[in-house]
Structures are given as structure tokens and as C-alpha cells.
Design a protein around this ligand. Sequence first.
Ligand code: SAH
Length: 228
Amino acid sequence: MSNVNLAGIGMTSQRTRERLVGRLIEQGIKDWAVLDVMRSTPRHIFLEEALAHRAYEDVALPIGYNQTISQPYIVARMTEAVLSNHPALVDGKLGTVLEVGTGCGYQTSIIAPLARKVYSVERIKPLQEKARVNLRLLGLHNVHFKHDDGSLGWKEKGPFDAIIATAAPQQVPQELLNQLADGGRLIIPVGGEDVQELRLITRTGDEYHTRIVEAVRFVPLFIGAVQK
Ligand code: SAH
């Protein structure tokens, strides 16, 4: 009986993922590499069983510890923003990418196939452990995790071709700007609790150019002490 149910879930998720990708295209996501990864990545494995049936709705959902799994559209938009036409692409992949706010690892699993190496920092230890299990389950072995305050970046592993921050500070942390490679891109939500602006910041030499992508709503980026 359970086998039959499992098979059913597998088929449904593939079909509903196709539908999700259709919606992403309608919403303006154009990069085929990003769409391909979104199509082939099972989002339901990142959720508690009770919420797994909602995995392919285009909404953020709770993952415990007062945190959320990001909305697929936003994950696609942020990935596309750092990836498309990036000058450092080799065979369609970025070199090194830093992620701030691993959570359960969904965004991590979308960027990992599109980068040589991903470094991801999370301040809540059990979430980091969940992400580690999820990424292993998906066979993604090019991700390195650190339990720390991600507003400090991960200096020893930089500079980074791209930095993806998935929690919102009031101001862009200086360390993240410092750790961008020449030509590198930082995508980051900035602002208060209710609404933030998603900024795409590109570094050229010592100059930084900012473009506002759209309004978003992320959980806050905590500065300082990490949580056991
Ligand atoms: N990337 C996730 C979204 C996770 S929500 C996804 O794809 O679904 C944002 C995460 O940022 C939370 O897990 C939160 O604990 C983490 N976070 C908040 N402030 C942080 C900080 N200063 N350093 C590292 N992680 C932080």
C-alpha cells in the first residue's frame, strides 16, 4: 500500500513541477539552465510530510525555527540574476558562490548544479544539518557548509563570483561587498520586516553598481550570535 502511495506522489510531483516551470516562464524567467534545474529539483523533500503536498505551489512555506523555504519564483529570479551572462561563466557554470542563510537548502540545491563550488552559511544548526542531508540525498557534493553569522561572509573561501543572501539585513553588510570578485554579483533583500527591496549589486574594480529587482519579503538577517 505504501509503495503505491509513494509512486503516486512521485508522478504527481513531476507533473506539478512541469506546471510550476510553466508559471515561472509566464512570470518572466527566461534562463533555460535555471528553468531546467527548477524542473528537475524535487522541492517536496525539503518539507515536513504534512506540508509536502504543497511543495509545488509558488509560495514560501514554514520549515520550523520561525524560518521558511523560499518561494520558487524568487529562487528562480535570484539565481537567474546572478547567473545570466555572468562574465565568469565556464561551460555555463559559475566558479565559487557564497550563500548566506542555507535554511533547508532549497536555493542551495538550485545553485549547486550551476556552480563549481558553493559555500553556504547558516546560523541555526539543526537547519544546516537538514540541508546537509537534503543535498546529499540529491547527490550534490560540491557544497560546503558553515555554522556561523553569514553577514561576515566566508572570507577564506572568497572572492566569490556570486553571493546569494536569502535573509534580509537593514543595510548591505560591508564584508559581503568586500568578498565579491571583480565582475562578481551580490543579490540581497534589504529592508525591514514587512517588505524589502531585492538588490542586485555588481562589482567592477572598486565600483559597485546597484539595480533594484523587485519588492520581496524575506525573514530578517540576524547579525551576531549564532543559535545552537
Ligand atoms: N535559502 C533558503 C531560505 C532560508 S530562510 C531556501 O532556499 O529556502 C533564511 C535563512 O537565513 C534562515 O534559515 C535563517 O536562520 C538564516 N539566517 C538569518 N540570519 C542569518 C545570518 N546572520 N547568518 C546565517 N544565516 C542566517
